[in-house]
Design a protein around this ligand. Structure first.
Ligand SMILES: Cc1ncc(COP(=O)(O)O)c(C=O)c1O
Length: 487
């Protein structure tokens, strides 16, 4: 009789060989069993009310220690996924959430710059600098004190802020105390902080037209009312801004190297803009994104260096080093620091700690300055290669503005070129670049190509420029050369 009872219980356990698979990548046996059973229950493979095998039988079936099964059952009990019935064993809980199959998000139109000329936002990554950054990061992590592992100042590392303050004083004419600097994850993030701290939804903001698309998105998605203000060969036309909306709350500008035209704002315009900001009690968001790469003459003084109290200065390591670093800095006038810091603390509290100090170590050791000195002639050469190849192959159909600074140039099509021709030319040339029309708020004047040259080998740039020049000739011939004037 006794023998018969044992046999039937064994058979019942045999029938219940569970269809679960352990994940050998998980170190602990109990976590493996818990994970496998949880997945089986949540996915509906192990149905409500199902009696689970005894710990001994399941341990044998899975080839693990019995203790691991006991611990896994206890964890499932705490999860509420199983129920223990006194003297009768462990059962899958009667009430379970409906099984859910993960659903992927809808396909998104996310533009990530690729590696083809003339993508913007690509730089040459110096392996020496990467090695030094890796070594400094390792050292910083290995030597971390308990305070380095906890919460920190929302402004970021004092070490990095001190280095940035020194860099700005020496190179940009911006004299500021490190307490007024915030380390941010790039220009867009800095701009977002300015908006959160200083503007209300619906506030009017002057925006350079044409201008930087990412900043335009940041401003418009946060509810700013963009006022397009044209740009001429002296920079933003302040009088046009005043005519459009003299009471705007802020202006976003790229004074050292207007994006995308490449114009440097004249001193008269700088003074005019600062005067307007004082009168209107408005803020100036100065995006100084690529001033470290100036090819002729001394670097231009930043607006923040001449008209401090209304200017919030935004700088980035995305051009100095590479965009994936996601590090930049914001300099606020002392009276505004508390508001910007409060906005930062309400977002993600503070920037990741170790990489900031590692970068500051490299700045202090002169590694970054040496990198910029090495890159400057290479980028200038890249600019010249593109300009020469386009002059040769576009046969006067593209007007170039190859500025004395920066990492892109603008090639404009002739007046009266039919709409859509730029897109066709880009396609035919097999290049990757933004069109001037993408950067415009108000469509006026001919379209053109914003050509990033900083991240590519000279021969690839020459080849792409040749294709662009030829494609311009072919497409303009096809669409009717008679309507197009050479430039
Ligand atoms: C006008 C302008 N501002 C800023 C940046 C840098 O932005 P971020 O620091 O967010 O990478 C770029 C990069 O291409 C730019 O073109």
């Amino acid at each position: 009789m006794q023998k018969k009872a044992t046999t039937s219980r064994q058979r019942r356990d045999d029938v219940l060989a569970l269809p679960i698979v352990l994940d050998p990548a998980v170190r602990s046996q109990s976590l493996q069993v818990h994970g496998a059973l949880r997945t089986g229950i949540v996915d509906g493979l192990l149905v409500p009310g199902l009696r689970l095998p005894s710990t001994r039988v399941l341990a044998e079936q899975l080839g693990v220690r019995r203790n691991a099964i006991v611990a896994a059952y206890e964890a499932l009990l705490s999860d509420g996924l199983v129920e223990a019935r006194h003297g009768a064993g462990t059962y899958v809980a009667a009430q379970l959430p409906t099984p859910r199959t993960p659903v992927p998000a809808a396909e998104l139109d996310i533009r990530i710059p690729q590696t083809r000329p003339f993508a913007l936002g690509v730089t040459l990554v110096d392996p020496v600098v990467l090695k030094r950054l890796a070594a400094a990061s390792r050292r910083r992590i290995a030597q971390a004190a308990p305070a380095d592992l906890g919460y920190a100042d929302p402004r970021g590392s004092l070490h990095l802020r001190t280095q940035v303050a020194r860099y700005l004083a020496a190179n940009r004419g911006v004299r500021c105390d490190p307490s007024c600097i915030l380390i941010v994850s790039g220009t867009q993030h800095g701009l977002r902080l300015c908006i959160d701290a200083l503007l209300k939804p619906g506030d009017a903001v002057w925006f350079e037209d044409p201008g930087y698309v990412a900043s335009r998105h940041t401003l418009s998605t946060t509810g700013a009312r963009l006022v397009p203000v044209p740009v001429d060969n002296e920079g933003i036309v302040v009088s046009a801004g005043e005519k459009a909306d003299a009471t705007a709350r802020a202006v976003y500008v790229t004074p050292s190297h207007q994006f995308p035209t490449g114009v440097a704002m004249s001193m008269a315009r700088r003074i005019g803009l600062l005067d307007w900001a004082r009168r209107a009690n408005a803020y100036i968001f100065e995006d100084d994104y690529d001033s470290e790469y100036r090819f002729a003459g001394p670097p231009l003084t930043a607006l923040a260096g001449i008209g401090g109290e209304r200017v919030i200065y935004l700088g980035t390591f995305g051009k100095t080093l590479f965009a994936g670093l996601r590090l930049g800095y914001l300099v606020a006038p002392p009276a505004l620091v508390a508001r910007v810091v409060a906005a930062r603390a309400a977002q993600d509290r503070f920037p990741p700690a170790f990489i900031q100090d590692a970068l500051a170590d490299l700045m202090a050791d002169g590694v970054i300055a040496a990198h910029m000195r090495r890159m400057r002639p290479r980028y200038r050469q890249a600019r010249d290669v593109v300009a020469e190849a386009l002059a040769k192959h576009a046969k006067g159909l593209l007007q170039l503005s190859a500025p004395a600074q920066g990492l892109h140039l603008l090639a404009t099509l002739p007046p009266r070129t039919p709409k859509g021709a730029a897109r066709l030319i880009r396609e035919r040339a097999g290049i990757e670049c933004r069109l001037l029309s993408d950067a415009r708020l108000v469509q006026r004047g001919p379209d053109g190509f914003i050509l990033g040259y900083s991240g590519f080998a000279a021969k690839d740039l020459a080849d792409a420029a040749r294709r662009l020049g030829r494609a311009a000739q072919e497409v303009l011939r096809d669409v009717g050369a008679s309507r197009v004037q050479k430039v």
